[in-house]
Design a binder for this molecule. Structure first.
Ligand SMILES: [Fe+2]
Ligand SMILES: [Fe+2]
Length: 267
């Protein structure tokens, strides 16, 4: 079976390209399941209930979040009541939301999705390795296909998680840096791995935000509003093929849809 993880969707431009292409992509690429990281989907930070529903309507099956998960308070009720969205698993158990979702693609076995935050150059959180172990231990026996979105800053952190879950998860794919890495491979135990799948949003930017605003604050220390940029919008993600019997990955491939390709798909 074939899974796609879409990298951090940034603001309206990111949502627009998702809406333009995901349904067509599902057919052209024969995707069984589409998961997207949506921590930046609302104005560049956080997620709202309306945007949650917009992404599902666009053909996304499951949503992972990251360090910006609680930026919009409106999302708390969705995090609590909906079972297609996960907050980081290495938050305390008292934090709103669920740490794992079991998605059920049509005519295919169930797929568990979860996410953890890294700890290098990020705010303090619980041990991501222990959290991942706890999530896996709690899964029902019939769930063999597991997609982990590791939301981390450092490639070293990512590699530790990849090796830790090798043979235990079908895929460990990174998000958060908004920059795709060219290291996609299948680890010896059968886990598809990539440090970061990239972002879905405007490339003529700094991580999706207006260059002039980020530059101004960096040079002067004067806070500015890091407005979402608009130009050269692309969708970055990674496609993984998994043997549903064993849960092992058989192929991994990077995906980049630029505006011309998006227009072709939408046309
Ligand atoms: Fe992000
Ligand atoms: Fe992030």
């Amino acid at each position: 079976m074939r899974l796609l993880l879409i990298g951090d969707i940034v603001g309206k431009p990111g949502r627009h390209i998702v809406t333009q292409v995901v349904r067509k992509l599902r057919i052209e690429e024969q995707l069984d399941l589409v998961v997207a990281n949506a921590e930046n989907a609302a104005g560049g930070s956080g997620l709202t209930p309306a945007i949650y529903h917009e992404l599902l309507a666009a053909g996304v099956d499951g949503i992972t979040m990251g360090d910006h998960v609680f930026r919009r308070r409106e999302i708390f009720s969705i995090l609590q009541s909906e079972r297609k969205i996960v907050r980081p698993a290495n938050f305390p158990a008292t934090a709103p939301g669920h740490e794992c979702a079991i998605l059920r693609p049509r005519n295919k076995p169930p797929v568990a999705i979860f996410t953890c935050l890294g700890r290098v150059f990020m705010n303090p959180v619980d041990c991501p390795l222990q959290a991942a172990q706890r999530v896996l231990a709690a899964l029902p026996d019939d769930v063999r296909v597991i997609l982990m979105d590791y939301h981390a800053e450092a490639t070293s952190d990512m590699q530790v998680m990849g090796r830790f879950l090798d043979g235990k998860a079908s895929a460990v794919l990174g998000t958060h840096t908004h920059v795709p890495t060219a290291d996609e491979r299948i680890l010896p135990g059968g886990t598809a791995f990539q440090c970061d799948v990239g972002m879905t949003g405007p490339m003529e930017s700094i991580l999706g935000r207006r260059i002039d605003r980020v530059m101004e604050t960096t040079r002067t220390f004067r806070p500015t509003h890091f407005e979402v940029a608009t130009e050269d919008v692309r969708l970055y993600g990674t496609i993984v093929d998994v043997d549903p019997e064993t849960g092992r990955a058989t192929a991994i491939r990077r995906l980049c849809i630029d505006q011309a390709e998006a227009d072709r798909l939408a046309g």
